[in-house]
Design a protein around this ligand. Structure first.
Ligand code: BES
Ligand code: MN
Ligand code: ZN
Length: 500
């Protein structure tokens, strides 16, 4: 990730390759822009007069050789209606500017924060949003492209310019927060973008172990340890794969000794072919992303450790492939996993996520955490219901769900709740075992959550179905094509608020 600093100062004095100034709807400059305008004499006013630049959101113009300024280019970046500015718009603008200047060959840039109030946000929030925008927007995964040097990165550093020196300390803290969080998101993206032949359960275990730290203890169980722990549901899904499974447990202690941890559980399917209930061919390659829940959990632990968050966390990641080797589990099989009093009839081997999660949730619940939050690319039905703009939220605890919704709105890593009325539980009744692993065509996202709910006991629990949000093959302003790192910013906001 490039270097980002914060500074207070005037636009015309900056010596960077580029200076970015906000321009509001109606061609209005903010204070920083007005100061430059004064120093520049007639250049900027005549430019504003001649050009058809309105200041509408996201539109930009770059001026070269502005008199009275040291910089080579001044980018006027349309921030839109001043009253409608949001933190998310700041993120988008920063990402846009950074990418454009990088492509244009700039090495360093000063970005002036719009001197405008954003409802519900502090200066620190604004600095954090801009820094996140730059770091997330510049992310690329091109290590497998030999000709990637053709679009080599030129941008080395960015300086976020704020109005007053008095706010510098606060801004620096915000920058450190953004650095850890964006680092966590980009780490999650890297893990998920790796293909299935590289990112295997073993590799996930190694990546998790590498996060070990004075406050973070990581245990990676191999097949034997998994057998000993009775994680038989994970083993059942693993039967069709030639690669050994892993069960990863992370124990982060940043809070009070006596505080029960927040448990974070992530689905770690490093490739999901569907098993004997084989998936159709088109887009099957995308199922290398079926470990995005695990990636999110690891990204959160990386960021939390870096920030020394004053909370206790328990991470649990079950990891395997879902393939169709000769020993593969089959429709009709009945299995019993870590939770001994629930038998599961397999009716579709492609509903494997809930199976390995049943062991992870049961294992986590046995440690008596304060609450459990799980992340999983669990159902295609969730993609149909919510598309790529919100993760599905379900759970058994109003307070926990409300807090996650608030963090989702604040970070724009958004969630939308689906109901879990008890009638839905009837869809997963089995004629021959206690429950079956599919619930029919209707309400597929909800019945998957109903299945999970059987394994958390009475512990407050929330489930995030990130099937539609965890990767995006179209790419967006903040996320290149591929893994998005969904869930990391959401949970970091949730945990930071918890610690206050
Ligand atoms: N990993 C998939 C869910 C998925 C599908 C995520 C498409 C993203 C895009 C999961 O393991 C799965 O296959 N679910 C099945 C469940 C069904 C068999 C009840 C599904 O959604 O089709
Ligand atoms: Mn599946
Ligand atoms: Zn899956």
């Amino acid at each position: 990730m490039i270097t980002i600093n914060v500074k207070a100062g005037h636009a015309h004095k900056q010596r960077d390759d580029a200076v970015v100034l906000p321009l509001l709807e109606g061609r209005k400059l903010t204070d920083s822009g007005k100061a430059l305008q004064q120093a520049s004499g007639k250049t900027i006013p005549s430019f504003l007069r001649k050009q058809d630049l309105s200041g509408s959101f996201g539109k930009s113009r770059t001026l070269y050789g502005v008199t009275g300024a040291f910089t080579r280019r001044v980018m006027l970046l349309g921030a839109g209606d001043a009253k409608k500015l949001t933190l998310h718009k700041l993120r988008l603008l920063a990402a846009k500017a950074a990418r454009k200047l990088d492509a244009g060959g700039a090495q360093d840039v000063s970005l002036f924060l719009p001197e405008l109030a954003v409802r519900g946000a502090t200066l620190a929030d604004k600095v954090q949003a801009v820094a996140e925008g730059i770091w997330l927007g510049l992310y690329r995964f091109d290590k497998y492209q030999h000709h990637a040097h053709q679009h080599n990165r030129t941008l080395q550093s960015a300086t976020i310019m704020i109005a007053s020196r008095r706010d510098l300390d606060e801004a620096r803290l915000a920058l450190a927060r953004a650095s850890a969080i964006a680092g966590g998101v980009n780490f999650a993206r890297d893990l998920a973008n790796e293909p299935g032949n590289v990112c295997t359960p073993e590799y996930l275990g190694e990546q998790a172990a590498a996060l070990s730290h004075a406050q973070l203890n990581v245990t990676v169980m191999d097949r034997q340890a998994i057998e000993q722990a009775g994680l038989n549901a994970l083993l059942a899904v693993n039967q069709g794969s030639a690669k050994a499974p892993r069960f990863i447990v992370l124990d982060y202690r940043g809070g009070a000794q006596a505080d029960a941890p927040v448990a974070l559980v992530g689905k770690g399917l490093t490739f999901d072919a569907g098993g004997i209930s084989l998936k159709p061919g088109p887009q099957m390659e995308e199922m290398k992303y079926d470990m995005c829940g695990a990636a999110a959990v690891l990204g959160i632990f990386k960021a939390a450790t870096e920030l020394n968050l004053a909370v206790n966390l328990l991470g649990v990641i079950p990891s395997t492939e879902n393939l169709l080797g000769a020993a593969a589990y089959k429709p009709g099989d009945i299995i019993t996993g870590h939770k001994k009093d629930i038998s599961i009839e397999i009716q579709n081997t492609d509903a494997e996520g809930r199976i390995i999660l049943s062991d992870a949730l049961s294992y986590a619940a046995a440690q008596q955490p304060a609450e459990i939050i799980d992340f999983a690319t669990l159902t295609g039905a969730c993609v149909i219901a919510l598309g790529s703009h919100a993760s599905g939220l379900m759970g058994n605890d109003e307070k926990l769900k409300q807090a996650l919704k608030a963090s989702g709105d604040f970070t724009y890593d958004r969630v939308w709740e689906l109901p879990m009325h008890e009638e839905y539980q009837e869809q997963i009744k089995s004629d021959i075992a206690d429950i079956r692993n599919i619930g029919g065509r209707e309400a597929g996202t909800i019945t998957a959550a109903c299945f999970l709910s059987r394994f958390v006991g009475d512990i407050p629990w929330a489930h995030l179905d990130i099937a539609g949000t965890a990767w995006n093959m179209k790419g967006s302003e903040l996320s290149a094509k591929g893994a998005t790192g969904a869930g990391v910013r959401l949970l970091m906001d949730y945990l930071i608020r918890k610690q206050r």
